[in-house]
Write a protein that binds this ligand. Structure first.
Ligand code: S3P
Length: 167
């Protein structure tokens, strides 16, 4: 039996949206790692990037991953860059689902957001980031779900297989 379902994928892949949707359907608690970071530090992700840079943010992120709550977790898009986090994701107690979303869909969703990495990067740099991360998402994922797939009941079936206490 799994302790967590962890949704991974690039910024704009729909991890938080999907996690909230799953919570509404199943009642299984849902958390977003960026929100945990903001709660624990009292700072916004944007502020952490400004004050401590990406390296500082990744250290805090790694700490958060070493003590994740049970349930459904939406993971920050860059978590797979950190080796210790990749090791945590691969543990048997976690079911890791990669929301694989096309670049054009992602681009449309993130360009008007104020995520620190989006603010400081060109479209070309972001595309490069997206391509470079694909092998890492692949490496950590137990399952890949095409996020343009309309068959959303697939998620529920997966959840039911791994958590016994839902209807
Ligand atoms: C990041 C993704 C963000 C957040 C931070 C860095 C990344 O989370 O953790 O801005 O490196 O891809 P979302 O994937 O939820 O946007």
């Amino acid at each position: 039996m799994k302790k967590r379902i962890i949704l991974i994928g690039f910024m704009g892949a729909g991890k938080s949206y999907t996690g909230k949707w799953l919570y509404e359907k199943t009642g299984i608690p849902f958390e977003d790692t960026d929100s945990i970071i903001e709660k624990e530090t009292g700072l916004s992700v944007k502020q952490i990037f400004q004050d401590r840079g990406e390296v500082g943010f990744r250290q805090i992120e790694a700490d958060i991953f070493s003590d994740l709550p049970q349930g459904i977790i939406a993971a920050g898009g860059g978590c797979i860059l950190t080796e210790s986090i990749r090791e945590i994701l691969k543990k048997d107690e976690n079911l890791v689902i990669w929301l694989n979303t096309s670049w054009s869909t992602i681009l449309g969703r993130i360009m008007c957001s104020d995520r620190p990495l989006v603010k400081k990067s060109s479209e070309e740099q972001l595309h490069c980031l997206y391509q470079n991360r694909i092998p890492l998402y692949e490496e950590c994922a137990d399952l890949v779900i095409d996020n343009s797939d309309e068959n959303i009941s697939k998620f529920i079936t997966i959840i039911k297989q791994h958590f016994s206490d839902i209807q």
